[in-house]
Design a protein around this ligand. Sequence first.
Ligand code: PEP
Ligand code: MN
Length: 337
Amino acid sequence: MIIVLKPHATAAHAEELVRDIAAVGLKPLHMPGAERVVLGALGDERILERLHLESHPLVESVKPILAPYKLVARELHPADTIVSLGGVAIGGDRIVVIGGPCSVESAGQLTTTARAVAAAGGRILRGGAFKPRTSPYAFQGLGREGLEILKAVSDEVGLPTLTEVLDPADVELVDRYADGFQVGARNMQNFRLLQAIGRSRKPVVLKRGMAARIEDLLLAAEYILAEGNPNVILCERGIQGFDSATRNVLDLTAVPAIKARSHLPVLVDPSHGTGVRDYVAPMAKAAVACGADGLLIEVHQDPRLAWSDGQQTLDHLEFAALMRDLEPFARAAGRAL
Ligand code: PEP
Ligand code: MN
């Protein structure tokens, strides 16, 4: 339920109501706004009737949260959420570009690309140490060694890092080395993993599963918020279609559709979304134009030699050119780069 308090309700009144809500066994939420205090009560809504809030002198209205994802829904939280990933604000005025290789291959490889990403204006470094590969015979990532490289390069180059965690058992390990968790498309509904990440406070980029509806993505995010981690960033990365001209169908409609339903920031990954290097830049511009808060882009010094996803990876010059070309699209969308 959403409980809107009257304008003269004070913080002390709100606290008292929060205690009352908790006392009947519901989970209370307290959202002080610029004009009104809004409270939430999660759980069996019939229990709330015991408090007779409709007739409470300080309560203006009580209405149900219609969305099945309560914490993720914009109904309860009308303002956009800004998530800080290693000090970089995602969801605010500036478009955030996260760049880097699909996989961490070596210290030399990652340092070179991290420098190129930073020099071009990328603000977060990506790189997978645990890789979810379709084939068990493909390169699976360097594991802990990859994380060590990621951390060392981050310290040297000064970019915060985002890396995938595949297994709930690795959450603590990845937490020690990276500034943000990535949950990949293949794990979007790995509910144990979502819950383990929810127990951390570290930001998480949750990628849309390749056969997941937007509602499934938002409910997956709800798992993380329900465990107490509010720092969730959603990512559209393409869904499976029938056309082999592209690796996936990059569903840019997801950007306004998610924003209509949720307050969480939204990224777009045109690398996995298209699977084709030449299509990455045009779709990156389109993503910024339609309201994405940032981009996730695969970059490598020599994509032909990349250990994974080379066919969809930009080289350093292509990435720098894209960063320059994005500027008017960001401006047109009322944002800065
Ligand atoms: C990746 O970012 O390298 C990745 C594996 O992405 P996805 O989960 O979207 O396939
Ligand atoms: Mn990849």
